[in-house]
Design a binder for this molecule. Sequence first.
Ligand code: SF4
Length: 419
Amino acid sequence: MSCLKTENTAPDAKGPADRDFNPYAAMQPRAPGAIPEGYRNGGRVKENGAAPDGVYLPNNNIQTPAMRSPDYVQLSTAAAITLGIMPGKMYRCSCTRCLNLLLTYPEGCRANCAYCGLARHREADRNYADRNFIRVDWPAVPMAQVVDIVARDGENTPFHRMCISMITHPNSDADTVSVLKAWTARIAPETVPVSILSNPTTMTRADVANLRDLGADIFTVALDAATPDLFDRTRGKGVQSPHSWAKYWEILEAARDIFGPEKFGAHLIVGMGETEHEVLSVVQRLSDMGGHSHMFCFFPERGSLMDHLPATPRDQWRRVQLARYLIDYWGVRIDRMAFDAEGRVTDFGLPQGELDAIVNAGIAFRTSGCPGKFQEDISACDRPYGDSPPSNIASYPFQPNRIDLRKIRGQLGLPRRPS
Ligand code: SF4
């Protein structure tokens, strides 16, 4: 098994109408179709009732077992390879530093986010545990087996962080607590700290406080869309999905109060129709609150309601990636930057020499997320090829080399060789 997949789509150098960004008008998701009665709520899996037997590798040609958190969790392909429960190699990286655990149920996620491979509208197409998510398969594994392996490895574990990804399901609040308790009972928080990727729709402020009290280190909210309108179009009423912008910010603000500075953050997807100024305004707002933003480059996930739309042009992505890094780690404020009439960054607010040095250090272009053990601005969560194919990398899951940096400089409109 490999994380290299046959690609049916690849990012173009330019976006719609030959522009170097994805405009709002061009990024309309498809409407979700009706689901036949017997397929709803994991109907096929529950009717067959196949008992799980250890690790399940997603396979659309065999009966999916009825697996349920907290006994079972799903892992990213990269985490499963690193954990040693699945053979395989990753292009230019030997392992991932973040053990991403995804709650799992036959009913799956009850939300319908337009860009997401796990969304409810796929019920007739694929059973939940067989769905692709951020471009890869997610094997299902007994939670006890995951804990046994990491506890056995102790200080030698390759993982710098574990993350519990909640989904929208009536049991996910309680099961997140169970998974967290199972982890902290055997693994010291100093050895592998835990992040929570929350589901605000089902949560209260008391739930946030409970997770902190039980030992979670960082709390994040997948805001994903950068404006209220785009949020509603891709995650709310626009696609028959239950999420609301106001509820997501309510839980983010609770996380700020409860987890404190540097211990909360939000995910944002770049290129779904927002302007660069709009997404960077959210980055600045999060930074002013004391938190961080974790960026994803939009990629048309196979089977999602946006799989017919263009991936984010690399020029747009690199500008936002660099500007976000400057705001989060170099104290450059958005009001020091300049933007054109279409909201594109035209000046990053630093003298060229300083900007060159930051670009050439390459860290700005690595995957962003919760920190690991190397340094604060290097994410443990490297998500290899979660937002691009290896042939045209958006978020680098490793330190970009000299050749990568020449390509990045070209995408930023800088001379390919630094002066
Ligand atoms: S809530 Fe999360 S997992 Fe569920 S459809 Fe939306 S993005 Fe996907």
